[in-house]
Design a protein around this ligand. Structure first.
Ligand code: ADP
Ligand code: MG
Ligand code: MG
Length: 244
């Protein structure tokens, strides 16, 4: 199962109320898009679902397969199958890309370590799908990667970790059309009844390649409109202000 239910969620950062009564229901196997102007709370929602302690839940519930995860730590949520591709992936010089992904996989599977050769084989297969140079196996995590390389590397992690719920925060930002298609191919390869996904994006363009089941518009910390893929197209024509 991979069902996310968010009920009456309100979130504050440094005592400032950011999210106000957010409700969201992603059923098993669905891909939802979350759109909205800058500063509206999309990353706040993403980080809150993942469990970043900076974001304080002041009200409401986050249920994953019926279980309230709101009090779980980040690592527990990762073990429960939640994955966040951050809007700004962090660079870490001291750990290689491969070691990072391998330890994340080991953490996810508990005590059962993923055999190294099998891991490297899978890693290189996925790198090929994503047009990532195999030399990036041993580079520092995201260290001196370009914006687009960081985004493709997030999708590499997604494909290796196989979470049940993925939150992709502006995975399309800064991508040229070829890289966008590659990223979309990676996301589409995950489509499964046991995989659900929340894609945060400013642009309809990504949604031509990864067609969402549901589109939500967020403004000022609230979801103000929900519809199908056509909603994103209307938005492209009218802009946010006229849409609601
Ligand atoms: P979006 O992703 O939709 O652009 P954000 O969730 O990043 O919006 O930001 C929503 C609001 O919360 C903004 O006013 C932003 O300044 C504030 N905010 C977000 N994260 C933090 C933080 N870590 N510290 C202080 N303010 C924050
Ligand atoms: Mg933003
Ligand atoms: Mg953001």
């Amino acid at each position: 199962m991979a069902e996310l239910v968010i009920r009456h969620l309100s979130v504050a950062v440094q005592d400032k109320m950011i999210l106000d009564d957010v409700n969201l229901n992603i059923h098993d196997g669905e891909i939802h898009a979350l759109m909205g102007p800058n500063g509206t709370g999309k990353s706040t929602l993403s980080e809150t679902i993942m469990g970043n302690p900076r974001y304080k839940i002041t009200d409401g519930k986050i249920l994953m397969d019926g279980r309230n995860i709101a009090k779980m730590k980040i690592d527990e949520r990762a073990r429960a199958g939640i994955f966040l591709a951050m809007q700004y992936p962090v660079e870490v010089a001291g750990i290689t890309n491969a070691d990072f992904i391998h330890s994340a996989m080991n953490a996810r599977t508990g005590n059962q370590n993923v055999p190294v050769l099998q891991f490297l084989d899978q890693l290189h297969q996925n790198m090929e799908i994503l047009n990532i140079d195999p030399a990036y196996t041993d580079r520092g995590l995201n260290k001196d990667f370009s914006g687009g390389e960081k985004k493709r590397n997030e999708i590499l992690q997604l494909m290796m970790l196989k979470p049940t719920l993925a939150i992709l925060d502006e995975i399309d930002s800064g991508l040229d059309i070829d890289a966008l298609k590659v990223v979309a191919k990676g996301i589409n390869s995950m489509r499964d009844r046991k995989f659900s996904c929340l894609m945060v994006t400013h642009y309809q363009r990504l949604l031509n390649y990864v067609v969402p089941d549901v589109v939500h518009i967020m403004m000022n910390g609230r979801i103000v409109k929900t519809g199908g893929p056509k909603l994103a197209m209307d938005l492209e024509n009218t802009g946010y202000e006229k849409l609601i």
